[in-house]
Design a protein around this ligand. Structure first.
Ligand code: PLP
Length: 434
């Protein structure tokens, strides 16, 4: 074979999918293609971008840091950007999460959380507490541990033998209620299974892991906040740790800085990534309490958390994250979030009247429309038809099977968000007529 090595793109099946679009430049909510088109980024480039592409404050912070120190091993060394980031994080993260461990993406933030939880109980002299409960429809990442925690799906099927056993409890997927209730006659009975699991596995549960309020990759499933608060209460009453995977929900996505905090829930471990650098660099953080940290602090080295990635604490990532948090301090970020919420609230009910629309839901800046389909969820061919329609109309949206969702950068101009709604309406009408 001559020429460059072939690039194997994620989630792509060359025989079925259109060729990748060459993007030359990004600015604000827009991506500019090499062949002269402009696409509005309706999914924040896989949910990472907050303040727009190419935000000069983050770009400058990275460039300046790169000239000073691009990287240094983080075991035994530290640097100014990491220390500055730790201070900035203190001001925005829940007060009880006083320790932070840096890694490099959402999956690794989850792997770290998992290891913290398991080793915490080992260090505390309760090694039999080594099982984890996760939710139906969960998605926690693509590495092996995170994949085990994620629900069965086409993403995990080929790797089933690699996945360690996880106890599964219901998700509050109200549109398809797992216990046959409707919101008006429900008292969150879907949590009974969680109670049962704790009773059946008394003293064996290390942690419950949740995507607080919003299960994203599982189909943009939005939970009543009571589900989260009561799940947290059950978890803590049974002595287990609560892990909040805020990889997507962190940094304002659900309308508050962190979803768990917005719901009044105190997690023992919290994972963030994606928006942490404003969408510029792969970087992640796993936070925990002093109580958990103290179980690792000892004169005995076997109690150490032996986990560390080559790029842990990368100074460029830290500098980008500091700049991201400065934007929260200096720009009207939460006003932008409120504007997006208002438009979702106004436009979603109109889409709900269209044919094929089974459910429409929103939380904070995220809106979702679930279309009725007889076919398989994620692998439904509706996905590709919708995707192509959106691209042809200058909009980047990647439906999760039959679930169309909007998850824009906070700087999206209001008229552009309205246009996205118009395009989605057009797509649904076209699909329903085929
Ligand atoms: N956790 C959640 C809730 C996510 O939504 C994702 C990614 O979508 C991950 C973890 C994994 O993050 P990454 O893709 O950066 O590994």
């Amino acid at each position: 074979m001559t020429g460059p090595v072939h690039i194997w793109h994620p989630f792509t099946q060359e025989a079925l999918d259109p060729p990748p679009v060459m993007i030359e430049r990004g600015e604000g909510a827009y991506l500019y293609t090499k062949d002269g088109r402009r696409l509005v980024d309706g999914i924040s480039s896989w949910w990472v971008n907050l303040h727009g592409h190419g935000h000069p404050r983050i770009a400058d912070a990275i460039a300046n840091q790169a000239r000073l120190l691009e990287h240094v091993v983080f075991a035994g060394f530290t640097h100014e950007p990491a220390e500055r980031l730790a201070s900035k994080l203190r001001a925005v993260t829940p007060r009880h999460l006083t320790h932070v461990f840096f890694s490099d993406n959402g999956s690794t933030a989850v792997e770290v959380a998992l290891k913290m939880a398991i080793q915490y109980w080992q260090n505390m002299g309760e090694p039999e507490r080594n099982r984890v409960i996760a939710l139906d429809h969960a998605y926690h990442g693509d590495t092996a541990g995170a994949m085990a925690l994620s629900a069965d799906s086409p993403f995990t099927e080929a790797f089933d033998r690699l996945r360690f056993p996880v106890l599964r409890t219901h998700s509050a997927y109200c549109y398809r209620c797992p216990v046959g209730k409707t919101r008006d006659n429900c008292d969150i009975e879907c949590l009974e299974r969680l109670e049962d699991l704790f009773a059946e596995h008394d003293g064996e549960i290390a942690a419950l892991i949740v995507e607080p309020l919003l299960q994203a990759a599982g189909g943009m499933i939005m939970h009543p906040s009571e589900f989260l608060t009561r799940a947290a209460e059950i978890c803590h009453r049974n002595g287990a740790l609560l892990i909040a995977d805020e990889v997507l929900t962190g940094f304002g996505r659900t309308g508050t800085m962190f979803a768990s905090e917005g719901a009044g829930v105190t997690a023992d471990i919290m994972c963030v990534s994606k928006g942490l650098t404003g969408g510029f660099l792969p970087f992640a953080a796993t936070f925990t309490t002093d109580e958990v940290y103290r179980a690792f602090r000892a004169a005995d080295r076997t109690r150490t958390l032996y986990h560390g990635h080559s790029y842990a604490g990368n100074p460029l990532g830290c500098a980008a994250a500091v700049a991201n948090l400065e934007i929260f301090e200096t720009e009207p970020v939460f006003d932008r979030i409120r504007t997006i919420e208002r438009i979702h609230r106004e436009r979603l009910p109109l889409l709900a009247k269209l044919p094929l629309v089974g459910d429409s839901r929103m939380i904070g800046t995220v809106a979702a429309i679930e279309l009725e389909t007889d076919g398989p969820g994620y692998l439904s061919d509706m996905r590709l038809r919708l995707y192509n329609f959106f691209i042809e109309h200058g909009v980047l949206l990647r439906p999760l099977g039959n679930v169309i969702y909007i998850l824009p950068p906070y700087v999206i101009p209001p008229e552009e968000l309205h246009r996205i709604y118009d395009v989605i309406g057009g797509a649904i009408v076209e699909i329903s007529e085929q």
